[in-house]
Write a protein that binds this ligand. Structure first.
Ligand SMILES: Cc1ncc(COP(=O)(O)O)c(C=O)c1O
Length: 393
């Protein structure tokens, strides 16, 4: 999209600032009034994504616990729960603390509580919200959690973090069973089940190849769950899945909960993996964009934008694209700038124009912003705080 309004139609900046500070923007601000670069979410797209995943999980008889690492926003977590999600995932204890402050009562922290500060903070948080679930991969860490819970006179709910990918967790089978046997001896821990996140399978290109990679990763998790039950260790819960595998894990018997995150916004990294019906994965709308201004126009075939590496994640081997304007090729041009090569329709772009970028990778992009502008067409409907921005410890 290309937006170009004459300066005279814009509100004075002092008024924009006042409206933004009050949050009272509905019907009063257009995206032309916004300072750029600005993180924007299309309300219809976001709402459709929230509802589609919720309806899908329900139709498959699985619980849905969207991962908050993607949005880091209390308002979005609450909207997911209003649509049927059982709670939220948080990547780290600091993110979980923020979600709890935002009224989320059931939180799975998907990274282990290693380190004294994490354990102390986890115990404190468990006393505040009714349903905090922590993951564990190590017996000594489980003992440390138990001791801290004992001192605080409470019981911590824990899950085995199973290594079904190439990152964290205890190995499936005998090591996982030994850890579970240790945990059930500890009076201040309650074993809820298993977390198994097959991150490497999420972005496998091609649906059939993704099914194969995901099955190879997840079947040992399901087997481990069965083996625990066979030993008389209750394991009612197995949480996994991502945006790339939600419709694969949901057909595997024994996986009880889905924890995708990126589906809320989508990004180019997910678009390229292919879906059930073609080479573009388009199950969910690209609701997230970065609004940027053409800040320099050196010549007819290029434009310089005010959005560079500090405006959207640059960790993928492909750049953002300009939404809705063919003949534009973006490349990062340093921290503060992006460079657009223009041809055809793109040549109409002028100094001062505002463009929307569909970004390469949503999670680290969202973490760059304090707020997200909620849009409907050109109108700004609301401004939401990225409450857990920067909460990575
Ligand atoms: C443990 C865990 N679960 C779920 C997700 C959600 O994955 P996605 O955003 O690809 O849907 C992530 C993302 O990195 C994750 O780390």
């Amino acid at each position: 999209m290309r937006y170009h309004s004459g300066m005279s139609s814009l509100r004075p900046w002092s008024e924009v600032e006042r409206l933004l500070a009050s949050g009272d923007v509905h019907g009063k601000l257009s995206i032309d009034d916004l300072p750029t670069p600005a993180l924007c979410v299309d309300l219809d797209g976001l709402t459709a994504n929230i509802n589609k995943m919720a309806a899908f999980a329900k139709s498959k008889g699985r619980a849905l616990r969207p991962h908050g690492k993607s949005h880091k926003c209390g308002e979005i977590a609450r909207r997911c729960i209003a649509a049927g999600a059982v709670g939220a995932c948080a990547a780290k204890i600091s993110e979980a603390e923020v979600f709890a402050q935002q009224g989320i009562e059931s939180i799975l922290v998907t990274t282990a509580m290693v380190g004294r500060y994490r354990i102390e903070r986890a115990v404190k948080l468990a006393a505040l919200i009714p349903d905090l679930i922590l993951v564990v991969e190590d017996a000594q860490n489980a003992t440390d959690l138990n001791d801290a819970a004992h001192a605080a006179k409470l019981t911590l709910s824990v899950a085995l973090d199973l290594n079904v990918s190439y990152r964290t967790g205890v190995a499936s089978g005998a090591p996982a069973i030994a850890l579970a046997e240790h945990i059930v001896q500890l009076p201040h821990l309650s074993l809820k089940g298993i977390q198994a996140y097959a991150g490497h399978a999420s972005h496998v290109v091609g649906f059939d190849a993704r099914i194969a990679a995901n099955h190879q990763a997840m079947l040992p998790a399901v087997e481990t769950r069965r083996a625990l039950e066979a030993k008389g260790i209750p394991c009612p819960w197995l949480s996994g899945a991502s945006t790339g595998t939600y419709n694969i894990d949901s057909d595997i018997d024994g996986i009880t909960e889905l924890q995708p995150g990126s589906y809320l916004f989508m990004d180019l990294d997910y678009n390229r993996i292919g879906g059930t019906s073609g080479t573009v994965y388009d199950d969910f709308a690209n609701s997230l964009t970065v609004l940027t201004t053409v800040n320099s126009k050196p010549n007819a075939h290029s434009a310089i934008l005010d959005a560079g590496i500090k405006a959207s994640a640059s960790d993928r081997p492909f750049p953002p694209i300009v939404k809705g304007i063919p003949g534009t090729a973006y490349s990062f041009s340093g921290d503060e700038h992006g460079s657009l090569a223009l041809e055809g329709e793109g040549r109409a772009i002028q100094l001062g124009d505002r463009l929307e970028l569909v970004i390469a990778h949503c999670d680290p992009t969202v973490n760059l912003y304090d707020r997200i502008f909620v849009t409907s067409g050109q109108q700004v409907e609301a401004v939401w705080t990225i409450d857990a921005r920067g909460k990575i410890e």
